[in-house]
Design a protein around this ligand. Structure first.
Ligand SMILES: [Zn+2]
Length: 193
């Protein structure tokens, strides 16, 4: 268990992000999120929520690192959002590498019935307006990520509109990361319209 530097409550580490200090070119320090080249020392941990980030930057982070830390809630939120965005890419790549994935609209539709999470390209087009994907969107079982070319690049296809991640552990991690990105870096996950 680790303590959140925002709300000061203990939490399972999987629900927290780690913050560390890294040197800046100007000789100061900056807060970085997660594993980061040049980061050193003990980390602090924070729930990736607006409320905990706001409390963290309002003095508690400075207390945790025992030095004055100047970072705004929006800067820290953006860094957390970018970190989780990279995590989403990693989770999709893992799902594909380990073949815990259904590729294409037909296979994804079938996997949905078995608890999969659909990942749709932002430019997937009208396919996501039809069932079962429309229902999946409403039920929070469809997320938008990248474009057709990006999703395709994970799979050696030129283009892929829809895939579904089938492994429950990956689904859970993806939903969590997606929630954080939606809160802090919504441009990544907004559907193209
Ligand atoms: Zn917290």
């Amino acid at each position: 268990m680790r303590t959140c530097v925002g709300c000061l409550e203990s939490s399972d580490p999987s629900g927290l992000v780690t913050l560390r200090l890294a040197p800046t070119p100007e000789g100061g320090v900056m807060v970085v999120v997660g594993a980061h080249a040049g980061a050193k020392g003990r980390g602090a941990h924070v729930h990736p929520t607006a409320a905990c980030v706001a409390k963290a930057v309002d003095g508690r982070l400075s207390k945790a690192f025992r030095r004055e830390i100047r970072v705004s809630a929006s800067e820290l939120g953006e860094a957390i959002g970018e970190r989780e965005a990279a995590r989403i890419e990693g989770l999709i790549a893992t799902a594909i590498r380990t073949r815990q994935v259904a590729l294409g609209a037909d296979a994804a539709a079938e996997a949905l019935a078995h608890g999969a999470l659909v990942v749709a390209a932002k430019d997937a087009g009208r396919v996501v307006d039809h069932q079962p994907f429309r229902g999946a969107r409403e039920a929070g079982r469809l997320i938008f990520w990248g474009d057709r070319a990006r999703l395709g690049s994970f799979t050696r296809r030129d283009s892929l509109a829809v895939l579904a991640v089938t492994a429950p552990s990956l689904v859970q991690a993806l939903r969590h990361a997606h929630e954080v990105v939606s809160a802090f870096a919504p441009a990544y996950v907004a559907a193209a319209r």
